[in-house]
Structures are given as structure tokens and as C-alpha cells.
Design a protein around this ligand. Structure first.
Ligand SMILES: Nc1ncnc2c1ncn2[C@@H]1O[C@H](COP(=O)(O)OP(=O)(O)OP(=O)(O)O)[C@@H](O)[C@H]1O
Ligand code: NI
Length: 317
């Protein structure tokens, strides 16, 4: 196991009250596994990524839970210790490459700076940087360019090159291809899949279910701050257990050429005042009386699902 998130609670203080963005989220990722995290906008996907990186800033805070990475609880480390892990052991690609690139500094200088911060000496850093650029299919000469001289796809490659230059054991990519056209998107995804070789684990956050289905070994489906289903990607797609997963899947045109496409009605609840019981209840075609109570999380085969349809057996957490 590379990372073990357990009962993670992350909140944001808002003018309307406390917003629970993550509510007791648990997720285990094995070495070399590619895990897709899907769910509609606002379900907590990015918050999970930022929490793992310990990059939640005020008005947000991680309230409770644990994030065991290689046997250490990241939530117990000092900021200093955490800084050493970020970029080195856990890399992150943010949605907008310009968040991680300084427009006023040459790419090479930023790259070298990042590496030297992690203890690489300057000469070696330049070498690693150039090699990393080539590894993501960019010419080493881009070392001397400014970010604005690159296309969006090239910038995203630079960001990925930087995120993996130190050979992190875990790479978190938050919507890494959202702003890019389909061809570039495919290339970046190929790149991520390539990185998986060599025991690297990848967490891909995306609202695009077909992308996750195509590339992941496992899929975690998030809804309103909960993980409602987690399991083998192919099985989740072909036989979703949670009605929310089923709803999401039938709303994706590319997944099913032979099935009817049905948009998922309604929208996720307000996380300041989430409804009692199952948070998906008011949109769920299978809602029952018992759904007024919060569902327990159960194991169904090798799947984990938080839904009353699967009863109270095999309580997981
Ligand atoms: N800095 C913040 N301050 C207040 N609320 C926040 C903040 N960041 C996130 N939230 C809230 O936390 C919840 C989860 O947001 P998050 O960005 O994690 O969702 P997401 O699944 O990544 O959505 P998207 O697909 O749109 O990126 C949302 O209700 C959002 O409004
Ligand atoms: Ni997000």
C-alpha cells in the first residue's frame, strides 16, 4: 500500500457556516495503481488532493483522520517535513499549469530551483531538468523558454515533467487535461500511463468518467464529500453498485454506444447544510425509507459501497 487515507474530514469556514468538503473519506491506493477519482463539480475531489498534499489553506482546515504514506501519518508531520515530501515523494499536477509556473521566469530556472530545494546540486539539476523535458516529449531547449512561449499542452507537459522529475512514488493529477484539446489530452494521458510503470501510483482526478474508465485500474466515485463507491474500474463501469455511479455512467455519451443516454437530474446538495441520511437520496431512483439514515459503508466482493441497497453486512468503516 502506498497511501492509506482514513476517515478524513476537511472543512471550510464560509459566511453561511461550516462547509464539510470531505466527510470521513477513506481511500487506499496500492503501489503501481492508477486510480481515477470521479464525481460532479463540488463533490470534494480537489479538496481530497489538496488535503493529501497538506495544501489546504484558510479558511479551510483538515479536522480529523489520517493519511498514512509509507507508514507515516502526513497529518502529524511538521510543515518542514511535509515540504520535503511534496514534489519529492508525492508530486502534484494542478489543473491550471499557470498555478505552478511563474510567467516571469524561464522554465529551466524554475525547474532547477525546484530541484535544488530538494537537495539536488545545481549542475545535476540542469541535467535532470533537460532529461525530464525530453522524457515528456519536449525538446531540451525549452529549458531556456518562458512559459508564455509554449502552447497550453506544452506547458502542461512541463508541469508534469516537474512533478515527476524527482521520481515521486505517488503522482496526483487534478484535471490535468481539462483545458486541452482531445489529441493533446490523449498524449498527456499516455504520458501518465507510461509513468505508472516503475511502481509509481497515480491519482487522476477528473469529472470525465469515460477518461477515468479508459485509463484507471480502479475508480473512486465521490458524491457530496463522501466516497460512495470504490473498486475495479472495469467492474464499476460495467456493473455499478451505487445508484449515483450508475446515474453518472448512463449520462456519459462516450461510454455506451448501445445504451440510452440519460442525463442525471438534479444537482449535489449544499455542503453547509447537507440533507440528513443519504446525501444522494433526493436524486436517487432507488431511495427507500431507510435512506433517511446515513448509509454504512460495506464491502460487496472487492467493492466498497456506501448505500443501503447492500444492507448492513461486512461493515468496512
Ligand atoms: N477555499 C474554499 N473556501 C470555501 N469553500 C471551498 C473552498 N474550496 C472548496 N470549497 C468547497 O468545497 C467543496 C468541494 O470542492 P472541490 O473543489 O473539492 O470540488 P471538486 O470535486 O474538485 O469540484 P470541481 O470538479 O468543480 O473541481 C465545494 O462545495 C466547494 O465550494
Ligand atoms: Ni476540483
Amino acid at each position: 500500500m502506498i497511501i492509506e487515507v482514513k476517515d478524513l474530514v476537511t472543512e471550510f469556514k464560509t459566511s453561511r457556516g461550516i462547509l464539510k468538503a470531505l466527510d470521513r473519506v477513506s481511500l487506499n491506493v496500492n503501489k503501481g495503481e492508477f486510480v481515477g477519482i470521479v464525481g460532479e463539480s463540488g463533490c470534494g475531489k480537489s479538496t481530497l488532493a489538496y488535503s493529501i498534499m497538506r495544501l489546504i489553506r484558510k479558511p479551510g482546515r483538515i479536522v480529523s483522520g489520517s493519511i498514512i504514506f509509507e507508514g507515516k501519518d502526513l497529518l502529524k508531520l511538521s510543515e518542514e517535513e511535509m515540504r520535503k515530501i511534496r514534489g519529492k515523494d508525492i508530486g502534484m499536477v494542478f489543473q491550471d499549469p499557470m498555478t505552478s509556473l511563474d510567467p516571469l521566469e524561464r522554465i529551466g530556472d524554475q525547474f532547477v530551483e525546484m530541484l535544488t530545494e530538494h537537495g539536488v546540486d545545481e549542475e545535476e539539476a540542469e541535467e535532470i531538468a533537460k532529461k525530464s523535458l525530453e522524457n515528456v516529449g519536449l525538446p531540451a531547449e525549452m529549458f531556456h523558454n518562458y512559459p508564455h512561449q509554449l502552447s497550453g499542452g506544452q506547458r502542461q507537459r512541463v508541469v508534469i515533467a516537474m512533478a515527476v522529475a524527482m521520481n515521486p512514488k505517488l503522482l496526483i493529477a487534478d484535471e490535468p487535461t481539462t483545458a486541452l484539446d482531445v489529441i493533446v489530452q490523449e498524449k498527456i494521458m499516455d504520458l501518465l500511463e507510461e509513468l505508472k510503470k516503475g511502481e509509481r501510483s497515480i491519482l487522476l482526478i477528473t469529472h470525465d468518467f469515460s477518461l477515468a474508465a479508459e485509463r484507471s485500474d480502479k475508480i473512486a466515485v465521490m458524491y457530496a464529500g463522501w466516497i460512495v463507491e470504490y473498486g475495479d474500474a472495469e467492474r464499476v463501469v460495467s456493473e455499478p453498485l451505487h445508484p449515483y455511479s450508475a446515474g453518472l455512467i448512463s449520462s456519459v455519451p462516450d461510454l455506451w454506444l448501445d445504451r440510452e443516454i440519460k442525463p442525471l437530474p438534479g444537482s449535489p446538495p449544499d455542503l453547509v447544510n447537507p440533507p440528513e441520511g443519504c446525501r444522494f437520496r433526493d436524486r436517487c431512483p432507488k431511495a427507500m425509507e431507510i435512506c433517511k439514515k446515513e448509509p454504512v459503508t460495506v464491502s460487496v466482493g472487492d467493492r466498497i459501497v456506501k448505500c443501503w441497497l447492500y444492507g448492513e453486512g461486512n461493515v468496512e468503516s
